[in-house]
Design a protein around this ligand. Structure first.
Ligand code: PMP
Length: 383
């Protein structure tokens, strides 16, 4: 055996990049969801009938052809009053987050998010840099604007803010978002508007005027196309040119591309669905207040509830009643919190009835809420 081999043993197994080793894994609990799906913030019923009609016109030969993204990108851009070079269609907003992290972050660059928030930010940023700063909301779960601004440094290269935020439902005003963009001209600000429709306020109109702003929109929520994986980012043409280099030319599948113009055109359907959610959200707030369950204001299609130690039990009993909820206890600052997605009227009638029964079955009282108990800082693990 040579000396060189003793000093430097041959590596016999493949190792990933160090950043990949360090990345957290995201395993959403997707199994056994054949029930009332009040767990993933999807549209809970169906997309526009025009989408289904278009699906039925797809041909078998059409499936053999590589998808062409640009013509649909032009339609989408026109729909939002933007230029085609200001819009990029992506395989869900998930891909957009991933592509933006790959495009703009080098190792050592800082990225900034506010927690609790959508976990894919951690995953995609963690793939590129070890310098992810998380600014934790206090018990109000509101966006901590001043503390967030204070964390911006010349090394900040990417800032991601969801408004409305998931899992809290909290929003960030346009004024605050623009102030953040201005305070960090060397950083991309991605405003994730996945839940825009249930809120109504947007920074899409600032695209082009704010050179470091990118706005994300998904077709998975209000439009009901989560299964097709369709999202978009809108931003300054210069920024999007770089992101376009990073994504595959075939990132969006042709089925999604075919139905997207139909989904966008059917504004009556979208309005109907959004109105169902807004009305359902109010009913859920009223019912939870009656039951003594603490909640936070939500501008999204879900409501976060403070259940306390019996969070898991509640989710299990609800599942036995055929209604799925999402336990958010693993999110930072959310121990004991459970999220309920809002669907259409009859679903919410059933969801609220099941909540009443289930809380009674587990013997829950308002005194059990986390805040009533004083918060515990137990070990957290991400899903
Ligand atoms: N952003 C936020 C804030 C979300 O909650 C979600 C879905 N859970 C996404 C993005 C992902 O959307 P898509 O299905 O388009 O990948």
């Amino acid at each position: 055996m040579s000396v060189a081999m003793i000093e430097e043993p041959m590596t016999t197994t493949v190792q990933p990049r160090k950043r990949v080793m360090a990345m957290p894994e995201y395993h959403p609990p997707l199994a056994a969801r054949d029930a009332l799906r009040l767990d993933f913030n999807e549209n809970t019923i169906a997309p526009s009938p025009r989408v289904i009609a278009r699906l039925q016109r797809l041909t078998s030969e059409g499936l053999t052809v590589y998808p062409e993204r640009e013509p649909v990108e032009r339609i989408v851009a026109a729909h939002f009053g933007l230029g085609p070079d200001q819009v990029l269609l992506t395989n869900g907003v998930d891909e957009a987050i991933h592509a933006i992290a790959c495009t703009f972050l080098d190792e050592g660059d800082e990225a900034l998010i506010c927690t609790p928030t959508f976990f894919m930010y951690d995953v995609s940023i963690g793939m590129m840099t070890s310098q992810l700063k998380r600014v934790q909301s206090d018990d109000s779960l509101e966006f901590p604007f001043e503390r967030f601004m204070a964390e911006i440094t010349p090394r900040t290269k990417l800032i991601i803010i969801a408004s409305p935020n998931n899992p809290t439902g909290a929003t960030v005003s346009r004024e605050h978002l623009l102030a953040i963009a201005k305070a960090a001209p060397q950083a991309v600000l991605l405003v994730d508007e996945a839940y825009f429709h249930f809120h109504g306020e947007t920074t899409l109109g600032d695209v082009g005027n704010v050179p470091n702003l990118i706005v994300g929109r998904t077709f998975s929520k209000a439009y009901g196309l989560a299964n097709l994986r369709a999202g978009m980012i809108a931003g300054d043409a210069r920024l999007l040119r770089y992101v376009r280099k990073v994504v595959s030319p075939y990132n969006m599948n042709g089925v999604a591309l075919a139905v997207l113009p139909e989904a966008l055109a059917d504004e009556a359907y979208l309005e109907w669905y959004v109105e169902q959610v807004r009305a359902g959200r109010e009913r859920v707030f009223v019912a939870l207040k009656e039951l003594g369950v603490r909640t936070w204001p939500s501008a999204a299609n879900f409501v976060l509830m403070d259940i306390g130690a019996k969070h898991k039990e509640l989710c299990e009993v609800m599942r036995a009643h055929g209604v799925l909820l999402r336990d958010r206890s693993a999110d930072p600052g959310c121990e004991g919190y459970v999220r309920i997605t809002i669907g259409v009227e009859e679903q919410m009638t059933r969801g609220i009835a099941s909540l009443r029964t289930s809380l009674a079955e587990i013997g829950w009282t308002p005194a059990e809420s986390v805040l009533a108990q004083g918060k515990s800082e137990g070990e957290r693990e991400y899903e």
